[in-house]
Each structure stands twice: as C-alpha cells, then as structure tokens.
Design a protein around this ligand. Structure first.
Ligand SMILES: [Ca+2]
Ligand SMILES: [Ca+2]
Ligand SMILES: [Ca+2]
Length: 428
C-alpha cells in the first residue's frame, strides 16, 4: 500500500458505479483499499471522522459495516466503534452522513479500517441519474481538516413486475359458475421501474381447462372486440388468446399501460362455465404479466365452486311454515337439532304474535297470512345456506352455531317487524 507522506486519505476511488440490484441486495463497502496516513497524530486530538453525501436521496443508506477489524455495537442513540476490540470512537449515522467522534488514542491504522468500513445500500428501484458526492473527512477541533471525495453513481437495473392483493383462493357458489365470476377484484400489479407495461403482456391460464371453460373480461375500462383490446374505447393492444373453450386469455400491449391500468385489466379477468353443472374441485389460475423491460412474473389463485344450498326459502314458503325448509336443509346433520328448532320457533312465534297484538286485531291464527318482509326472507335464505354448509361437514359445534344464529334470527325478525306501526296492511 503506497501511503503518501502526508496526512490524509489516499486511494479513495474518485468515481464508482454500483449496479442497482447489487446495492438492493445488501450493503456494499464503498472502497476497500482507501488508506489514511497521519504524519502528525494531532489530527486525531478531539477529532472527527465524517462522511457526508450530496445529492442524497431517501433510498440511500450509508453506515459503518463490521469487518476488517471494525465492529460497531449499536446503542439507543449511537454506536460504539471498536477496532480489534479497542474502542476507537462513537458513531451516529442516518441520512446523508456518518459522524464518528474519535477516541484520543486513535491510530492511522484504525482510521484506515474505519474508512474501509464505510458501506452503502439502496432500497429503491428507480435510482436517479445524479451522482452522489461522498466526502470522507477527518477534522479536529483546532481546525485541521483533510478530505477526499468519491462520485458514486448507480446503474439502474430492471426489476421484475410484482403482484399484490391476489387472493390464494377465489371461491364461489356453484350457481354463479354459469353466470360468471370475477377471479380477483382487487389484484394489483406493478412494474417497480415505473416504466409500465408497454410492449408487455398479461396472460391468464386455467389448469386443466376444457371446452366448457371460458375466460373473459367482465365489464370495465378494458374491452375486447375481435382481436383488439380497448381501453376506454382506444385500442391499446391485441388479443393473443381469446379465453374461449379452454384456451388461455392473453393480451399484448401496444400502447403505454400504467401499473393502475394493468391492474384494472387483471381485475376484470373473469370465468364462466358452459357445462351443465359447475366444475367440481378447485383449479389453479396463473396470471403472468410481462413488463416494458420484458421481464415476467407469475402469480397463482385457486378457483373453485362450492355446491349450492337449495333455494331454501321464498316468502310463500315462509308463510306456510317458517322453519320447515330450514329443518329440511339441516336434516343431514348428525346432531339432534329439534331442541334448537323448538327454541327458534318459539322465539319467532312469540315475536310475531307480539307484533300482531301490537296492531290489535290479529291472533296467532292469522300469522300464516303475513307478508314476510323481503329482508327477513333473504336473511333466512342466507342462514339456510349456511346451515346446509355446516350440515355437510359434520361437527359438534353445529348445534351451538345454529343456536346462535337462531337468536340472531329472532332479533332480526323483531327488528324488521317492530317498527311497523299503524299499518295493518303491512302485517296482513
Ligand atoms: Ca431493483
Ligand atoms: Ca430498477
Ligand atoms: Ca421492470
């Protein structure tokens, strides 16, 4: 190591270019062979080692990294810097500087080790073209000052697009399969380089697809006409696979497509079945997006349809026997539900009777003539579906669950009927 016969830094690279993804991956020593020479030890008396940075950005991080005999033990407010286990200074770092208050006994050797420990990492994906100017400086309170500078640049590199918000599972009721379902209404995709998706692609593949499987776009900003993909009426790409009859659904973008727009398109991706009954078993759907730099990322969601409960309750069915269909739905359950239903019936009958008495004229005999409010019928339908789901997978918690739901039902019936005052028509 050719140390110059004067106090100061030597061998610091005047300029350095680091690759973005290298400094994304972890801290990099800025210069591993910079050397500090001191002809006069006085430089260290009440001295400081400072690294400051101009053109600093919020994604830049400078600090002293352990190695070469240097070890930093961080406390709450500062770190203690050791060189070969001897305390040589206290450091604070953060933002555009590293500041080490040197111990009085610091040697040029330990100063060199500290300078070689100066490290950098970058946690962004779009580095600016501006070079950072990194200045290594030693100064003391009597004004002695020596410094050297490095121009530090980053070479921007590509990052693969990133999916977020894609659910692991997309589960729907079997009755929805024929009408069609959106696969994931809030999936998001982004190109971290902020260069979008022009020239890129979106492709959707359904595993094990057959001629009755249809991928398509639900209504939204994007639409398909023939082989053309439109965004708000303007062609932005082509349809490279139409999604029909078991085929993939795939687009190639000829125009600029932002992250938000690519996400919108992914959110419109939908499925329907043209089979006589809904497909059984979950199947993997792969979304693959290719960005403007032609790098691709795939993400997966499991698409499945669950057997429907029968259409349990219409308002008329409710009128004839509010609970017969509920009982029928739960008839496969292993537990004896009669006590639960008895409670449910008693509560609901009590509420209905109270409601009719409140209107003066009706006795319990007239209850079957009630026009049940649609909200109650819908609510009972939902409960019936849920009961069937539970009945299909036998478990001992069923009775408790049903009991809780019965209580909720009774409260709901009360809430719906109670406010009906002054209009017998509402009850007859
Ligand atoms: Ca990157
Ligand atoms: Ca990048
Ligand atoms: Ca990219």
């Amino acid at each position: 190591m050719a140390a110059k016969a004067k106090t100061g830094f030597s061998g610091l690279d005047k300029s350095k270019t680091l690759a973005e993804n290298t400094v994304n991956a972890g801290p990099v020593v800025l210069d591993s062979n910079v050397t500090f020479t001191a002809t006069s030890p006085d430089i260290f008396t009440q001295g400081y080692f400072l690294v400051d940075v101009t053109n600093f950005g919020g994604n830049d991080h400078f600090y002293l990294k352990d190695g070469g005999g240097i070890k930093v033990v961080y406390g709450q407010d500062f770190g203690s810097v050791y060189y070969n286990d001897v305390l040589v200074g206290t450091v604070t770092s953060g933002g555009p500087y590293i500041s080490v208050t040197l111990e009085p006994n610091v040697t040029a050797e330990s100063m060199t080790a500290m300078a070689r420990a100066v490290s950098y990492y970058y946690d962004g994906d779009t580095p600016s073209a501006f070079g950072r100017v990194v200045t290594y400086r030693v100064l003391n309170s009597s004004g002695a000052d020596t410094s050297a500078t490095m121009q530090l640049k980053l070479k921007p590199e590509n990052d693969a697009p990133v999916f977020s918000g894609l659910d692991a599972q997309s589960v729907h009721s079997a009755s929805q399969a024929a009408a069609g379902v959106v696969i994931d209404a809030d999936v998001h995709v982004a190109n971290p380089d902020l260069t979008g998706f022009k020239g890129g692609k979106l492709a959707v593949h359904l595993a094990g697809a057959t001629a009755t499987d249809q991928l398509y776009l639900s209504d939204g900003h994007f639409s398909i006409t023939g082989k053309k993909l439109y965004l708000d009426g303007k062609q932005v790409g082509t349809v490279s696979a139409d999604g029909h009859n078991g085929h993939d659904l795939a687009f190639t973008f000829s125009a600029a497509i932002s992250d938000a727009q690519a996400s919108q398109l992914a959110e419109q991706v939908s499925y329907r079945s043209t089979a006589a009954s809904a497909p059984s078993g979950a199947r993997d759907v792969t979304f693959t997006v290719t960005d403007a730099e032609k790098s691709s990322t795939s993400a997966h969601v499991s698409l499945g349809f669950e057997a429907d409960a029968p259409t349990l309750l219409s308002a008329n069915a409710m009128v004839s026997d509010p609970f017969a269909t509920l009982k029928a739905a739960a008839s496969g359950a292993p537990d004896d539900l009669s006590a639960v239903f008895a409670t449910l019936e008693a509560r609901a009958a009590g509420l209905l009777e109270a409601a009719s008495h409140a209107h003066g004229a009706l006795g319990a005999d007239h209850l079957p003539d009630l026009h049940l409010p649609a909200a109650v019928a819908d609510y009972l339908d939902a409960i019936g579906s849920s009961i069937l789901d539970h009945a299909q997978s036998a478990h001992p918690a069923l009775v408790h669950e049903l009991s809780d739901r019965a209580a909720a039902l009774a409260a709901h019936v009360h809430d719906v009927l109670h406010p009906v005052h002054g209009s017998a028509d509402a009850l007859i």
